[in-house]
Design a binder for this molecule. Structure first.
Ligand SMILES: Cc1cc2nc3c(=O)[nH]c(=O)nc-3n(C[C@H](O)[C@H](O)[C@H](O)COP(=O)(O)OP(=O)(O)OC[C@H]3O[C@@H](n4cnc5c(N)ncnc54)[C@H](O)[C@@H]3O)c2cc1C
Ligand code: FES
Length: 513
């Protein structure tokens, strides 16, 4: 029975479909036992997994098949079609996997396989014989939390200790400026895992600040907590907002946004406030502007550039983003800087005064490098790591916003501030601690959301000599390709998920040739 009932679409795969309906490399969305199921043909194999991405519920049937894997169209997670394993972040949990039987000329989804989220099913034969026994991770953000989980997914049986200053980490940091701040995501969506999850999987979370790292003794000093020794260490301390040091910046109406506590502080202030000034037209600044408009506040954005995000997304998308925010009522003060923050207003460098009972400063971040610097690790505007994410100290790895790695796609050492990159770095570092020797060669990916528009970006381009625009940003159907000497360095898209995935896969193939 084909059907739409209960939100299910396509054929009932438990009742069977004709094998000839699926050519090799084809996929079909259907349902089985009340759930959406993706059936795919890989060579002569028919494989079935849950059709809903375990990250934010993206439709895997609209994603891209790549061998025996499928990539999610929304934020490029990747799942094994053979066992449902989440092979690439941002998805951390597998999707269900189904038994498929051939009955005559019919292919039938015969039953669901049950398993634990961190069941050790990772394909590499890990851990190796000389794997460490005690692994410590500093930072329970994107990289640190993904690394800790990956150690268990690889079957690592030693101790895993994650140290973080924050009480509530790890949580979904990208959401803090988007749906959570806008009031569209309830608090229970924000933790990456439910209460008790880490303890259940033998991952110890220590709430303390790591004050000192001694790489010769392989030990860490913690504030208010006994020292920790390690056999292998991952540094994943992330980044912190840049402070402008303006007169009046220490006023309680002034906020920065990095942590869940910061986002909660802005939400509490927004309940009382009517007029907000956002300083900085960065991704975070503009996402905050969108969220505060959604809450009904008037929003002024002050920034020194003439077009928001032009340096990263080019003129076409910069113009679109600006007009999108203006349509929603945001007032820009471009080419301007704040001079000081007064009791009820923000004074600009041209003498303009903007009334404000809430001020959010989003002018960029800087990596938190103090620990790595104090330990004497090699640095280069970030912590220098090799292709296996090893730092200059034995058995010390670094990942996420602090790590500058040799990016094979650009041929340059690169450091980015992207959620998915940080998670994947954490996962690669974890496997390498266990002896995998995997190069970190993922194509960088990030997304940014403004109202109902999401921008996806694959690759990395700091400079380009040609921009190829296809489509129309104002129609929310566009791709912008950034090229250097005829090579695609990056692609930004709005509602062109197929193209974004295709270019990502082309970039991967280009370095594996
Ligand atoms: C509001 C917001 C929205 C964002 N949106 C997006 C987005 O849409 N897309 C995207 O790609 N990226 C986004 N990012 C960026 C993304 O969140 C970061 O790139 C990512 O979190 C970096 O991961 P990380 O593990 O390196 O650091 P973090 O996630 O910042 O984690 C670092 C952790 O280390 C802890 N720590 C630091 N120093 C110490 C110490 N000495 N001792 C103990 N603990 C310590 C911190 O408390 C923190 O919990 C956003 C960032 C913010 C703040
Ligand atoms: S919804 Fe699938 S990767 Fe985000």
């Amino acid at each position: 029975m084909a059907g739409q009932e209960g939100g299910l679409t396509g054929p009932d795969l438990a009742a069977g479909v004709a094998a000839s309906d699926l050519a090799p490399g084809a996929k079909l969305l259907g349902h089985a036992f009340g759930d959406p199921v993706l059936l795919a043909r890989v060579g002569d194999d028919y494989l079935a997994i849950g059709a809903t991405c375990s990250h934010y519920g993206g439709p895997l049937a609209e994603g891209a098949l790549d061998g025996d894997t499928v990539r999610c169209p929304w934020h490029h997670a990747c799942f094994s079609l053979r066992n449902g394993e989440a092979l690439r972040a941002p998805a951390l949990s597998p999707v269900p996997c189904y038994r498929v039987e051939r009955r005559g000329d019919q292919v039938v989804v015969a039953g669901k396989e049950e398993r634990d989220a961190l069941a050790p099913t990772w394909p590499a034969p890990l851990p190796s014989r000389d794997a460490p026994r005690r692994i410590v991770i500093v930072g329970a953000g994107a990289a640190g939390s993904a690394a800790a989980e990956m150690l268990r997914r690889c079957g690592f049986g030693g101790s895993v200790t994650v140290v973080d200053t924050e009480e509530r980490s790890p949580y979904d940091r990208p959401n803090l400026s988007k749906d959570y701040l806008a009031g569209n995501a309830p608090p229970e969506w924000i933790p990456l895992r439910p209460d008790g999850f880490y303890a259940e999987h033998g991952i110890t979370l220590v709430r303390a600040r790591v004050a000192r790292l001694d790489v010769s003794k392989k030990s860490l000093e913690l504030e208010g907590h006994p020292a920790l020794s390690y056999d292998a260490l991952l540094l994943a301390t992330g980044a912190e907002p840049i402070h402008l040091g303006l007169p009046g910046e220490d006023d309680p109406r002034v906020h920065y946004l990095r942590s869940l506590a910061d986002s909660d502080g802005i939400i509490a202030a927004a309940r009382e406030a009517k007029r907000a000034v956002v300083v900085g037209a960065s991704f975070i600044g503009l996402e905050v502007a969108a969220s505060l408009r959604t809450r009904g506040l008037s929003v002024d954005v002050v920034a020194p550039e003439t077009l928001p995000l032009e340096r990263i997304l080019g003129k076409e998308l910069g113009t679109f983003i600006k007009s999108l925010h203006e349509e929603k009522g945001v007032v820009f003060h471009l080419g301007r800087k704040p001079a000081r923050i007064d009791k009820t207003a923000v004074a600009l460098d041209d003498g303009t005064s903007l009334d404000a009972d809430l001020v959010v400063i989003g002018v960029g971040v800087r990596p938190r490098l103090a620990l790595a610097e104090q330990a004497g690790l090699a640095m280069e505007r970030g912590v220098t790591v090799d292709e296996f994410l090893r730092t200059s100290a034995p058995d010390v790895y670094a990942a996420g916003d602090i790590a500058r790695w040799p990016d094979p796609h650009t041929g340059q050492r690169t450091r980015v501030e992207h959620w998915v990159v940080a998670q994947r770095m954490g996962q690669t570092a974890a496997r390498n601690m266990l002896g995998a020797k995997e190069r970190f060669d993922f194509v960088p990916f990030f997304w940014s959301a403004h109202y109902d528009v999401s921008i996806n970006y694959v690759g990395h381009a700091e400079q380009w000599d040609r921009v190829v625009v296809d489509g129309d940003a104002s129609q929310r159907d566009v791709s912008v390709r950034f090229e250097q000497a005829g090579r695609t360095l990056a692609l930004a898209t709005i509602f062109r998920d197929d193209e974004s995935l295709r270019v990502e896969m082309e970039m991967e193939r280009a370095i594996r040739r």
